[in-house]
Write a protein that binds this ligand. Structure first.
Ligand SMILES: [Zn+2]
Length: 286
């Protein structure tokens, strides 16, 4: 009987050992999820951004929109635009490492625009969207979307024509009609003007002044319109090569620019720059 008990105990111990041996073989298994983690981290990272972003669009969390409360605060115009369209602080002591983000020639496509707006939100960045009247007429809801998402509307003429070649009357109409359609849709007229192709003259400047707008071209062209730069890496390289304090960065509502934008804004921030709220820029250039 004792022998039998001893045998049973031995068997039990062997089984238990077996189990613990199995347990000890578990750690390699637990490595699997860790190994899988690097692949997964890319997804959670994006998810985190999406989660961070959701308060803006989620009705339940709408009352605590940080953007909204910031927008309610009056913004002090303590920066100005130089003759070469850079942005400089009025007071030398203020941060000079700022850049202005601008997106021209929209609004075009809801999905592209929404992605662009989401990325700006993730980076807590404001930008000027220099829009064309004929595009607003095609998709007025997209103009409203830009405004409702807290971004700034700029006037880029009605037809995106070379204003230099036009009569005073035509120039007035090209600029004035955009002021009117924007005012009708969002309740306020643009305060910023950029001539198509950077081509302005005295008549253009006079009309822009009459409308109380700030005239600008740019000082850092992303070249996202250029055949050699029409890819995300090209856009990033182009902007980063030219980056300096006060850069006025010209981009467009284009697929490869939107694809580059998150990485581009991250790189700009890593270089110690922040994105200026366009409303902090005086409406007269110096
Ligand atoms: Zn343009």
């Amino acid at each position: 009987m004792k022998k039998l008990i001893t045998v049973i105990l031995t068997v039990v111990i062997l089984i238990l050992n077996g189990c613990s041996a199995e347990t000890s073989t578990n750690p390699p298994k637990t490595i699997e999820p860790e190994q899988a983690e690097p692949k997964e981290t890319n997804i959670p990272k994006m998810d985190t951004k999406l989660v961070e972003n959701t308060p803006v669009g989620t009705p339940a969390l709408a009352p605590i929109q940080p953007e909204q409360s910031l927008d309610d605060k009056p913004i002090i115009q303590n920066y100005h635009m130089t003759s070469i369209f850079d942005i400089k602080p009025n007071d030398e002591k203020d941060n000079k490492n700022v850049v202005l983000l601008t997106f021209d020639d929209g609004p075009k496509d809801e999905q592209m625009l929404t992605t662009l707006l989401d990325i700006l939100d993730e980076h807590k960045a404001k930008a000027i969207f220099f829009v064309n009247g004929y595009r607003i007429k095609q998709k007025p809801e997209l103009l409203k979307l830009i405004h409702e998402r807290g971004q700034i509307i700029g006037n880029h003429s009605w037809d995106h024509i070379n204003l230099k070649k036009e009569t005073r009357e035509k120039i007035d109409q090209q600029i004035g009609d955009v002021q009117t359609i924007v005012k009708n849709l969002i309740g306020e007229s643009p305060l910023y003007f950029r001539p198509p192709n950077g081509a302005g003259n005295d008549d253009v400047r006079a009309k822009v002044k009459d409308e109380g707008m700030l005239y600008m071209t740019w000082s850092n062209g992303s070249l996202d319109w250029d055949d050699n730069v029409r890819n995300p890496q090209g856009v990033i390289d182009s902007v980063m090569e030219q980056l300096r304090p006060g850069s006025n960065i010209l981009m467009h509502e284009l697929a490869w620019t939107v694809a580059a934008l998150d990485e581009l804004l991250t790189k700009i921030e890593e270089q110690g720059y922040s994105f200026i709220d366009p409303r902090a820029i005086e409406l007269k250039s110096r």
